[in-house]
Design a protein around this ligand. Sequence first.
Ligand code: PLP
Length: 443
Amino acid sequence: MSHIFHRGGGGAPPLAVSAKGLWVVDEAGHSFLDASGGAAVSCIGHGEPRVVEAIRAQAARLDYVHSGAFTNAPAEALADRICAATPLGMEKVYLVGSGSEAVETAVKMARGYHVARGEGDRHHVIARRQSYHGNTLGALARGGSEARRQPYLPMMTETPRAAPCFAFHEKKTGESEEDYAIRAADTLEAEILRLGAETVSAFLAETVVGATAGAVPPSPGYFARIREICDRHGVLLILDEVMCGTWRTGSFLACEDEGVRPDIVTLAKGLGGGYQPIGAAVCTREVHEAFADGRRGFVHGHTYMAHPIACAAALAVQDVIAADGMAENVGRAGEKLRQALQARFGNTAEVGDVRGRGLLQAIELLEDPSRKASFDPALNLAGRIGDACQRHGLLVYPGRGTVDGWRGDHVLLAPPYNITEADVAEIVDRLGRAVDEALADVP
Ligand code: PLP
């Protein structure tokens, strides 16, 4: 009997015993092609010797020091690396242990910034419906994933909401995508005005939406309009790039492709590639200056922040990405993956959309795509597809959207950045068979 409290509540899932490259092997000897890097984490594949050696060497040299007493070399080097990786002029990095911690840090940093500047009434963080920012209570309160929030609703503060930017579901017939983008962004301004701008601290959004909607890039012009609105009202822009950042969509920060600089951006998954738990809230000089006079500091912290071994691992992951030219492969491989998905599912009536950016791609399934009508949620189609994939030796990240009712079931793919054309073909073949099987099972 397992003494682990497994997240499913029941028995233990299969026991994983080893992983190398794209493949995960379980105790029974079954091999699984990891097409989603877990939850979009394993960005350079598994078992990379250069990262393993960096972890070993750092553990031998300096395992842990408290960040209140000391800084450490891998943390300093990683912060330098993060700032140098983006042309947007982000200058300070607060290193933490996960994506949720990065989001908690970002929203508290925004609040601290306003308090330090004498605008202590600013406390609201506006977020979007259909979004995910983590499972700790502060991050969960800001997220819009109703399934994850439901049991905890009485424990969370109310979060004011703007509309998501999701043209596939929300653009009206005849409306241009540019007009739609402005309409979606302007819901933020309406909410700021409703609350009173002097009470609003920040707007929080994923640049490319991951888990709750399935790889949804913003419509062109959306974030430029959002930036204008935030600036007009003194509201900080926090972009959550825990999933879509660190080269996942082709650029170090996905917002580089929008031509928009956030005030704070969060990172996690692809930063450490799964070799160690690590996250970061990265801010501009202007934000940091509010804390920098040495008197105030930032009333926040975690025991394992700037952990030397986690930072050494993340630095090694970023070194491998650079040395092997992996970032350059993301755009190319992402295009191949999308084309292969389009070719395989072009004739599957239930696949309503194939979308994504870089190596964050998804298919969305609907009972009737022409009406955007979802399958009955009780069928749990996404879950069935995930199970069928596993039977076909494929790991994917299934999910289902909700905004004022059900949206489609989706399957998210986030393979490593060094994926080959042969790997793409294998993933799409196995996914195709699993989707056919799951659809055939739908009553
Ligand atoms: N933000 C986004 C966009 C995420 O996708 C996730 C995790 O899936 C998180 C935050 C939370 O990260 P973690 O699970 O590391 O706490």
